[in-house]
Ligand binder design. Sequence first.
Ligand code: NAG
Ligand code: NAG
Ligand code: NAG
Ligand code: NAG
Length: 372
Amino acid sequence: MEGLLSGACARLPAALLLLLLISHLRLSSGACPCEDPALCNPISGARDFEVFIFDIGGQAWKFYDWSHITTVAIFGKYDPELMCYAHSRGARVVLKGDISVKSIVDPAVRAAWIKQKVDLAKRQHLDGINIDIEQEVAKSSPEYYALTDLVKETTEAFHREIPGSQVTFDVAWSPDCIDKRCYNYTGIAESCDFVFVMSYDEQSQVWSECIARANAPYNHTIMEYEKYIHMGINPKKIVMGVPWYGYDYTCLGLIKAHVCSIAKVPFRGAPCSDAAGRQRPYKVIMDLVNSSISGILWDEEQEAPYLEYKDEHGVFHQVWFDNPRSISLKAAYVKKLGLRGIGMWNADCLNYSGGSLAQEQTAAMWAALIPK
Ligand SMILES: *[C@@H]1O[C@H](CO)[C@@H](O)[C@H](O)[C@H]1NC(C)=O
Ligand SMILES: *[C@@H]1O[C@H](CO)[C@@H](O)[C@H](O)[C@H]1NC(C)=O
Ligand SMILES: *[C@@H]1O[C@H](CO)[C@@H](O)[C@H](O)[C@H]1NC(C)=O
Ligand SMILES: *[C@@H]1O[C@H](CO)[C@@H](O)[C@H](O)[C@H]1NC(C)=O
C-alpha cells in the first residue's frame, strides 16, 4: 500500500489522495463500505436449495443470474461492491481457504490460520469460508487426522464468531482416494455445513486407453454420489458441482470415427490424464461451434456434448464439455437424490458481453442449474 501511495498516486491532487487514504483506512478497519450499512450484516438462515457459485474476479458478477444464487465463493480479489450486492440479494459471500496439509499437523498452526480467516471475514463482512484443499493425503497419516480437525475447528470458530456463517469443504468427484486424496470424507462432512463435490476433471487419472473423454460423464458422475451417500453422508450435506468449462484435446490420430487418441501425460500414478488437454471456458467453446467440422455432437454413452475442429495448422481437435442438456440431466439427479443443491466451477466461464446469441446461451446455462 505504501508503494501505491507514493508511486501511482504521487501526481494525484492532495484532496483525492486524502479520500483514497480515508477509504483505505475505513476498509482495513472494517467500516461498512455499503451505501446501506445493514448490508454489512452477515446473512443467516438456510435456503431450501443451495446454488453455490465460484467467482474468480472481474466484473462479470454484475451480469450473473442472481435469482437463485445462495452463496458466492470469492476465489478472485475481494470486491466490496460484490459483497454489498450479494447481501442485497440475500446471498452469502465466503472466503477461500487453503493451507499446506503438512503444516496443519501442528494444532497451533491451525489455530493461527483459523483466527486469521475469521478476522478477515469479519473485516470484509463475509459469511463464511470454503475450504479448498486439493492436496495428496495418505489414509491414516497425521495429515489425514489433522485435515478433519481443521474442518471441525474452522466450523466451530466461524459459527461462534459470525452467527449464521457457513463453512464448506470441496471434495473430489470420487471418495476412492482419487488423485491420491484419501480424506476422512464422512468426518469432514459431519464437521462442516456441507461438502461441494467437484464433479469434473474426472479424467485426471486414466488407467485405460488414452483417448479423449468427457470432463464429467453422466454415469461416472452420479455413481460417486451414491458412494458418498452410502458411506453415511446425509444427502442434505452434499452440493453437486458441475463444470462450466471443458477440455480441448489435440488428437494424435483417430482410432475410428470420433475416437481421438491423446498424448500420454501421467498424473499422480496414472499413465494418462486430462492434462493432455487444455481447459476452455464454455464461452470460448461456443465460439468454436460455427467453425467446427462437426457442430455440437452428443455422446450417448457418456451423455455429454463434444465437437471437433481443425486448428489453423490443420491439426484435428476434439473438445468435450457440458452444456444445458448435460447439466439439466445432472440437476434432475440432484433433485431425485434430495441433495442440498448445485453449483459450478466457475461463474465467469459464460459470455456476459451482451450479444443476443451469447445472452441466450448464458441464460440457458444458468437456467439448467435449477431442477424442473
Ligand atoms: C472420521 O472422522 C470422524 C469424526 O472426527 C471420526 O469419528 C471417525 O472415526 C473418522 N474415521 C476414520 C476412518 O478415521
Ligand atoms: C453461427 O451460425 C448461426 C447460424 O448461421 C448464426 O445464427 C450465429 O450467429 C453464428 N454464431 C457465431 C458465434 O458466429
Ligand atoms: C449408466 O449406468 C446404469 C447403471 O449402471 C446403466 O444401467 C446404464 O445403462 C448406464 N447408462 C449408460 C448410458 O451407459
Ligand atoms: C461473446 O459474445 C460476443 C458478442 O456476441 C462475441 O463477439 C464473442 O466472440 C463471444 N465470445 C467470447 C469468448 O467473449
